[in-house]
Design a binder for this molecule. Structure first.
Ligand SMILES: [Zn+2]
Length: 256
């Protein structure tokens, strides 16, 4: 259900885990993604459960159609019910009460805000998104929306000791984001996507605030079965990172 949640002035960040939902194997059981093959009605039930647990109206939690790119949507209300969400990998809002959700299973879920300026955002940063620059892109759109003191938090993702890649791919990504260069426990080539994301956030002037994950730090999805992991399970569910500004009053469906 809700694995971890923190408040920063009027802003709340939260991350879910795989427990407390209604999905069957292999999506068991708190899968929040529609695109993975799970029963749509069950996914809707899980999404309703999430909204209720967060204390938000169901339609005020907004999801993306994630495509591993760097496009960012500015959102000021729920998507129209009869339309698919836009194909973006980050969202920014200044609308109180509108919760932005990013879905992952090994990619890095990033939640961001400038609590003072009233700007919240989420980003989906896997290996392609890291190289494509979704993190610098979302920071830029947040600034255009009035943010200046941005805090960010990373959720559970596959770690640099687990995420083995071909040598050429490591070289390619590290040429864009040097901080992502890593080796596995077996000393084979790897990428540390969370480290790369952190470097991009800091280079963009954001302050990465620690999560309350306990002494082990933020979990690795591949190592911790409390989280969905694409690398471990292939066909599996997605958990969420969510960011919102306190408030209510989500009006008619509009999109900015
Ligand atoms: Zn790991």
């Amino acid at each position: 259900m809700i694995a971890y949640r923190s408040t920063h002035g009027p802003v709340t960040f939260a991350f879910t885990d795989r427990f407390g939902g209604a999905s069957d194997v292999p999506f068991d059981d708190f899968n929040l993604a529609r695109h993975v093959g799970d029963e749509p009605a069950v996914v809707e039930r899980n999404r309703a459960t999430l909204a209720r647990r967060l204390g938000l109206p169901e339609r005020s939690v907004v999801y993306m159609n994630q495509v591993h790119g760097a496009d960012v949507a500015v959102v000021d209300g729920p998507w129209p019910a009869d339309e698919d969400p836009p194909a973006v990998d980050a969202m920014v809002t200044t609308r109180p009460g509108l919760a932005l959700a990013v879905l992952v299973a090994d990619c890095v879920p990033v939640v961001l805000a400038d609590p003072g300026a009233g700007v919240a955002a989420v980003a989906h940063a896997g290996r392609p998104g890291l190289a494509a620059g979704v993190v610098p892109a979302v920071l830029e759109v947040m600034r255009q929306a009035g943010a200046h003191d941005v805090i960010a938090q990373l959720g559970p993702a596959v770690c640099g000791r687990c995420y083995e890649v071909p040598d050429a791919l490591r070289a390619e990504v590290a040429s864009v984001v040097p901080a992502a260069w890593a080796t596995t426990r077996q000393r084979t080539p790897a990428l540390d996507v969370p480290a790369g994301v952190r470097a991009q956030l800091e280079a963009g002037g954001a302050v990465v605030v620690p999560g309350g994950w306990g002494p082990e730090g933020c979990p690795c999805t591949l190592e911790d079965v409390a989280y969905f992991s694409y690398r471990r399970e292939r066909v599996t569910g997605r958990f969420a990172g969510i960011a919102w500004i306190d408030g209510s009053g989500i009006g008619p469906a509009v999109q900015g």
